[in-house]
Design a protein around this ligand. Structure first.
Ligand code: MG
Length: 376
């Protein structure tokens, strides 16, 4: 790793862990966080959770696990370019989606709606907050504490957004939402690495599934410009390789633009420490021109892929499964194994939400069949 910039997060001056532990031997504190995340059970379950396409719809589509690995790869490149901590961005990237429900955003929206309708005092469901809850509370791997006891800097990066009502009761990691300050540069960059990853891999998966076409994408400036470059260089190349080259080139352009724009902003504001980064305006950014193109791409994917009728049909089924699981357990908690039973109704609702959120797609489908279908 190259020498860290003054504005990077330095593991030796971390704000620390919730439970004091001895510094690790032979690795730094952020490396230890990354290693703890890779070994936790929520991380393994990402393999069977939907990104856009349901896990069982095809073997070639991204899952939450491969998405998280792509985010980590892009974030590491960015961190190296900008001399901030590579292990920290990797830890944040690998943990950022740990709180996702089965069936992607549809599952999360339905679980949130169920909680808000049926148990308003439980405060709803937010996947970013759930990712933090997984690493702070839900993992049961250590004798001395719940969760993974990660460093403040990793936890700060995992909590990308949260509502003000939650921020006020979260303590240290909630403060920036109340004070309207920023997270570390490592957290900001990983957030944008997430966006680079999903926009590009959703084009790839969207084309592979046949739900979107190259002709549609050619109306987008960011796609058509790179397509023209690749096509003029390799005029006879087959479509599959052409698309892969275009996506590769787009990711490179986005990473380069983000690096250069962020570096210019760092020079402009001159933060001398991570605490100064936190009080600057957001430093990690695309150039205005590329931001416009990336937003057009996001909008295209929303309209043409995420709202494609075939995707919506699947998501409709997914919503029903999540709702029916929640209702069955809430109305009769005796259907839950003893470890998931609570006396207090709000605590009970939260445990049901944690249980459902932790399910993989296929486990949720099986559990639903077990509750609602006599032959199962
Ligand atoms: Mg993500």
């Amino acid at each position: 790793m190259r020498e860290l910039a003054a504005y990077a997060c330095h593991p030796e001056s971390s704000r620390g862990r919730r439970y004091t532990e001895q510094a690790p031997a032979g690795r730094n504190a952020f490396q230890r966080d990354r290693d703890r995340i890779v070994h936790c059970s929520a991380f393994r379950r990402l393999e069977y959770k939907t990104q856009v396409f349901l896990n069982h719809e095809g073997d070639l589509f991204r899952t939450r696990l491969t998405h998280s690995i792509e985010v980590a790869q892009i974030a590491r490149s960015l961190a190296r370019n900008l001399a901030v901590h590579e292990d920290l961005v990797e830890a944040i990237a690998l943990a950022h989606d740990l709180g996702h429900t089965p069936f992607g955003h549809a599952g999360q929206d339905e679980l949130n709606a169920c909680l808000r309708e049926r148990v308003p005092l439980a405060g709803g469901f937010e996947h970013n907050l759930q990712s933090l809850r997984v690493v702070d509370e839900l993992e049961e791997r250590y004798a001395a504490f719940n969760g993974l006891n990660l460093c403040f800097e990793t936890r700060e990066g995992i909590l990308k957004h949260c509502s003000m009502s939650h921020a006020r009761v979260l303590g240290d990691v909630g403060e920036r939402f109340v004070n309207r300050t920023q997270a570390s540069l490592e957290a900001q960059l990983t957030n944008l690495a997430d966006e680079i990853a999903y926009n590009n891999h959703d084009i790839d998966d969207g084309l592979r599934s046949g739900l979107i076409t190259v002709d549609q994408l050619l109306h987008l400036e960011i796609f058509s410009a790179h397509y023209a470059q690749v096509h003029s260089r390799y005029p006879n190349v087959e479509q599959k390789r052409l698309v892969a080259e275009v996506i590769r080139a787009m990711i490179n352009t986005l990473v380069r633009d983000l690096t250069d724009t962020t570096m210019a902003r760092i020079r402009q504001y001159g933060p001398g420490s991570v605490d100064e980064v936190r009080t600057c305006p957001p430093l990690a950014a695309f150039s205005d021109a590329l931001r416009v193109q990336a937003d057009a791409l996001k909008k295209f994917l929303l309209v043409n892929l995420y709202r494609h009728y075939q995707v919506l049909r699947m998501m409709n089924k997914a919503r029903r499964i999540v709702r029916e699981l929640f209702v069955a357990f809430l109305e009769d908690p005796r259907l839950l194994a003893d470890e998931y039973r609570r006396e207090d109704p709000v605590a009970q609702a939260r445990v049901i939400a944690d249980y459902i959120a932790g399910m993989t797609d296929r486990y949720a489908i099986r559990e639903h069949a077990g509750l609602y279908r006599m032959e199962s």
